[in-house]
Ligand binder design. Sequence first.
Ligand SMILES: NC(=O)c1ccc[n+]([C@@H]2O[C@H](COP(=O)([O-])OP(=O)(O)OC[C@H]3O[C@@H](n4cnc5c(N)ncnc54)[C@H](OP(=O)(O)O)[C@@H]3O)[C@@H](O)[C@H]2O)c1
Length: 285
Amino acid sequence: MTADGNTTNPARVWFITGASQGLGHALAIAALDRGDRVAATARRAQSVAELADRYPGQVIALELDVRDEGAARRAVERTLGAFGRIDVVANIAGYGLFGAVEEATDAQARAIFDTNVFGPLNVLRATLPVLRRQRSGHVLQGSSLYGQSAHPGVGLLAASKYALEGLSDALAAELAPLDIKLTLIEPGYMGTGFLSHLAFTEPVPDYDRTVRAVQSSLGELPPDAFADPARVAAAVLTAVDAKQPPLRLALGRAAEDGLRGALTARLRELDDWADVTRAVDAGHS
Ligand SMILES: NC(=O)c1ccc[n+]([C@@H]2O[C@H](COP(=O)([O-])OP(=O)(O)OC[C@H]3O[C@@H](n4cnc5c(N)ncnc54)[C@H](OP(=O)(O)O)[C@@H]3O)[C@@H](O)[C@H]2O)c1
């Protein structure tokens, strides 16, 4: 135990989705650099093979499209075969859809939920029996600034992250008595491939002044508005090492400012409408 109440760093076994690039890849490297072992999963196992070459004996490279529940179970079995346990489940795989809510087709809306919500659920159903048996472990849920706030253009992305946050609030309380921790990772903007992998809706001109204006302003963000994923990964490790990790961890100034603004506005509105809220209760005059 260190002076700040944090635990020292016992070697852990990680199960990471989306380890091919971006935050998942940075997290894998951060864990491997300090001697942990990693099941690096990716849609194409080839895209994580380089990690196995770089850290011999510490990595297994596994194929996992998170939309495939059977693949999640097979990847967990392979991980247990290689390392015997799982300490950290990092649900990082995900992508964004940009456009007005009305513009998103049914297929686009369902597709983002398939990856960003049903994907993590597949991984949770495959890994939680292991963590419950161990009576230990830590689940990291790849949320976002958009897990608790939204602006024009990110409605469906935010819907998927809000869904992940809602189920995670309940799940954290279900897992705590079993000595399993859960942390929602909420980055603002990161310098990853996320923007280049965005899906887009077919524009409707009525949304030019909202959605397309936001799109232009996002396109003008300076390079230093994007956090280095390696720094984000280091911060996530700090939370994993903490004796009492946070349920939510905002990462970067954009996340902090956005979340503070959204939560403050929500509290203010609750206060402003408190009389109407309470008038509903029986016995209220
Ligand atoms: N970048 C940001 O500004 C930002 C901000 C807040 C939150 N986030 C969240 O951070 C997470 C990681 O994103 P990133 O920024 O690192 O973006 P990224 O560089 O685009 O990486 C996305 C990762 O997700 C994987 N992936 C996508 N669909 C998948 C599927 N069906 N099955 C398995 N893997 C899949 C990709 O694999 P392939 O290599 O096979 O494509 C890739 O490894 C996402 O959940 C994202 O919502 C990002």
